[in-house]
Design a protein around this ligand. Sequence first.
Ligand code: ADP
Length: 427
Amino acid sequence: MTTVMGCITDDFTGATDLASQLARSGVKVSLRIGLPASRPANTAPIEIIALKIRNAPANEAVSQARSALQWLRKAGAQRFFWKYCSTFDSTEDGNIGTVAEALMDELDAAQTIYCPAFPENGRSVYMGNLFVGQQLLDESPMRHHPLTPMRDSNLMRLLEPQVTRPVALIDRTTVARGPDAIRGALEGLQTQGIAHVVLDAVTNTDLELIAQACCSMPLLTGGSAIASPLPRFCLKCGLLSHEKSRKPTRPPAPAGKPKTVVLSGSCSAMTQKQVRAYRARGVPCLQLDPLELAEDGPVAAVGWLKLQDLTQAPLVYATTDAETVRDAQEELGVTRAGDLVEHALAACAQAALEVGARRFIVAGGETSGAVTRALGVTRMEIGEEIAPGVPWTFARTGGRAIALALKSGNFGAESFFTDAQKKLDAA
Ligand code: ADP
C-alpha cells in the first residue's frame, strides 16, 4: 500500500509513542527500527522510521535523517513529520532545528512549525516557553537529565543556535482564534522570511486547531501529540483512505506465567518513583553501578539475571538520583557513563531472551534504543496503550515473538511496571 505520511523520530520510545498516537485514528501504522536495509516493500499508509540520533553530532543526525527521508519518499510519502521529545531534549549543540532545516531543504519547504506540547502528559507551551506540569522546563527535574540537561525553557532561544534562518512565535492569542488566524499568521511570517515558527499550545483543542491549519504543509515537527489529529485531517481531505488497520499480531500466550524482565536506565524523576514502587513489591531487583561496570563489565549482572525466576519479572536498573549520576559522570565522563549502563542493560536483555524472556519492559529513551538493537528488532506492531504515549509493541527476532514496552523517562504512573504487565495479561 502506498505510504502517505512519513515520520522520522530521534529516538525509539518517541517512535512507539508517535505510533500509538497515530494508530488512534484507525489508519495502519508501520514502525521500522533504524534505517531500513532494503527498498520499501509491504508498506503502510503511515510509516515511521525510528532513529537514535538525539545525542548524535548534528552532521551525523542530518545524514541519517536525510537517508530516512529518501526511503520514505521512495515509499510514496507526501507529508512528513519530524518527531522529537515533548521536553525538546537536545544537547548543547542540539540537532532538532538542524535536522528540520535539512529536511526542509530536501523538500523545498520554505517554512515549518515546532510544536512539542503534549497536554495529556503535562507538557504545554505558552509565549514560547515550555512547561512540564506547572513548572518551567528549566525549573523541572529535566534540568538534571544525565545527557540532555535542559537549562532554558524558551523554545526560540533553544532553536536559534540550531538553524541558519529566522525563528518566530505564533502565540496562544492567535492559536485560540483558529485555523484561519494561524494560517494567516504563518503566511505573514513567511513574507518576512521566517522559516521556523514555534507555536504555543496548552490544550488538545489548541493542537486540533494547529493540525487543521498546518496539515497541508510538507513538513511538520513536534512531539507526538500534534501528530495525533493529523491522520483525521488527511482522511477528511482524501489524502488517506479509511482502510482500518488489522489487529496487531501479539506473541502467543505462554503455557504458564509469562517470562518478563524490567530494565531501567532512565534517571527521570518519574522513573525513580516507578523503581521505588516496584522494589517495594519485593520483586527481585539488581542495581547497576557505572563505576563497577567500568571495572568488570556486565558479567555479574548478566549472571545474576540468568539465575532469576523470570516469571517474577525481575528488575535490573541503573536509575538513581541526580547527585549520584553526577559523581559517576565526573569519574567516567558523561558519554562513557551512559554507554556503560546502556551496554549492560542491552546485555541483560540478550541474556534474558536466551533464557526464555518474551516480555521486555524498558525505561528510558536511549536505554530502549540500546535494548531494542541488542534484541535485533527491526520492525514493530503497535498494541494497547499502557499509559499516554506508551503502547505495548510486538516484534519478531530470530524466529521468536516478543513483546516490548518502551517508556520514555517521565511517562507512566508510579505503578507503570506492574500496569504494563497487567495490561498485557488482561488483553
Ligand atoms: P530518559 O528517557 O529518562 O531520557 P534515557 O535512557 O534516554 O532516559 O537516558 C538516560 C541516560 O542516563 C542513559 O544514557 C543511561 O545509560 C544513563 N544513566 C543511567 N543510569 C546512570 C547512572 N547511574 N549514572 C550515569 N548515567 C546513567
